[in-house]
Design a binder for this molecule. Sequence first.
Ligand SMILES: Cc1cc2nc3c(=O)[nH]c(=O)nc-3n(C[C@H](O)[C@H](O)[C@H](O)COP(=O)(O)OP(=O)(O)OC[C@H]3O[C@@H](n4cnc5c(N)ncnc54)[C@H](O)[C@@H]3O)c2cc1C
Length: 309
Amino acid sequence: MSVMRSALLAISENRWMRERGPRFWFVRRAVRQFMPGEQFADMLRAAAGLRPLGIDAVFTRLGENVTDAAEASAVTRHYLEALDAVASEGIRCEPSIKLTQLGLDLGKDAAYANLRVLAERSQATRTYLWIDMEQSSYVDVTLELTTRLKAEFPRIGVCLQAYLYRTHDDLKALLDRGIGVRLVKGAYKEAADVAYPVKADVDENFFRLSVAMLEGLGLTNGFRPVFGTHDVGLIARIRAHAERAGLAARDVEVHMLYGIQRAEQARLVKNGAVVKVLIAYGSYWFPWYMRRLAERPANVWFVLRSIFT
Ligand SMILES: Cc1cc2nc3c(=O)[nH]c(=O)nc-3n(C[C@H](O)[C@H](O)[C@H](O)COP(=O)(O)OP(=O)(O)OC[C@H]3O[C@@H](n4cnc5c(N)ncnc54)[C@H](O)[C@@H]3O)c2cc1C
C-alpha cells in the first residue's frame, strides 16, 4: 500500500480529523467532484440528469459508526421517507445502506430491527435493497444479518470485497441463497493477514470472482451479479468472458460512483451493458471522501490546486 494511500485511510478513521476536516473550505469545495450536494433533493436532481443517458441511480446517505440509538432511528426514518419519495415520483433508485449507520456498533439486534423496517418498506415499493460492506471486522455480522433478511425478503443484495482472502467462500454461500452481490475491490485499510496487499492480486481475484458470479446467472434463485468498479480494463475482461460464455451484454451490470469515469459509463450503456451510478449525499462525508482520495492519490493534487485557483 502506498504511503499516501495509507495516510489518507488513517485520516479517514481519525476522530479528530472526522470532526474538523469538513470545516476547511477547500475540502468542502473539492468534495463536489464526487457528491452533487448534501441534501436528498441534490441526489434526486443528479439522478434525473443521468436518466437521459439510460443510467439509473443507487443512493446512499453518508454516515457510519453511529453510536446513538436515536440517531440510528433518525437515519432509518430518513431512508423510509426517501423510499416513499422515490416510489411516489416513479424514479428508479435503489438504496445502499451501511449497517454501522443503523446502529451496528450498539449491537446487532438494534441494527437488524432498523434494517428489517427498511427491507419491509423497500419490498413494498418493489425496490432492491443493497447493504454496503465496511471494515473486515464487520464482515461476519454483515453477512449474518443479510442472510437473515433474505429469508424474509426477496430483493436483497450485499457488497463483497475482492481484496479479502475469504471472499471466495462468502460468495459461494451467497450464490447458494440467491442473495445479490455487488463485487468491489475494497476501500478500507486492512492487514496483510486478511487482505491481498498487492493491487495486482486484488484485480486478479476480482476477475476470478466475477467469473463465478456470471456462472451464478444460471441459477434460478434470483441471484443478481453486479460489478462495482471503474477499472475499464477489468470491465472489458469481464464483458469478453460473458460474451464467450454466451451471455447477453445486458447480463453484465456495472455500478460506478458519481463523478468517476462519466464517459465510460455512457460508452458501456451504448454497448448494451446495464449501468447504475451510486450517488452519495449527506453532511457526514469526510471519511467517505478520504477513501475516494485514497483510491486515487492524484486527486489530492486537485484539492491542493483548488486552494490556489
Ligand atoms: C458502486 C460502488 C459501491 C461501492 N461500495 C463499497 C462498499 O460497500 N465497500 C467498500 O469497501 N468499497 C466500496 N466501493 C469502493 C471500492 O471498494 C473501491 O475502493 C473503488 O471502487 C475503487 O476501485 P476500482 O474498482 O474503481 O479500481 P481502481 O483500480 O482503484 O481504479 C480504476 C480506475 O478508476 C478510476 N478511479 C478509481 N477510483 C477513483 C477515484 N476515487 N477518483 C477518480 N478516479 C478513480 C481511475 O481512473 C483508476 O485508474 C464501492 C465502489 C463502487 C463503484
